[in-house]
Design a protein around this ligand. Sequence first.
Ligand SMILES: [Zn+2]
Length: 145
Amino acid sequence: MTVANEICCPNCFSMIPAEAKSCPACGERIASLSARGYREKLLHALAHPLDDIRMRAIIALGLRRETVTAVPLAECALRHPTNVVEGMEVVYALRNIGASRERLHALAMLANDHAARAVRAAAKAELERNLADGESTDGGVRSSF
Ligand SMILES: [Zn+2]
């Protein structure tokens, strides 16, 4: 799990070591950011016009595994219906996020509404896997991984 030791710079969105006190790429001080502030910046980056910036935010949010980000991630994918790579990355990020009602809702949004068949299929497969594992739909959290 070495990848979990990288974070996304909230200023320039470079991938940098989690222990860095400032970003090697742009110099932004990382230590001064609260965890909550960092999450808000990543969520904000989901609306960025550049594909590459959104992609880094999607990956970084997946690594954080916070259920509150599941639906914003799905909404990001739905805003870019022709970007299959981005849609698939959102499905991967949702896979990382803990079992929760939010994640099931986000996967269902993609399985039902995404324009790309590959993304719908990936979300549906993940959804079915979760349901087969007995993931609770009433908001209960099971620590299956
Ligand atoms: Zn930076």
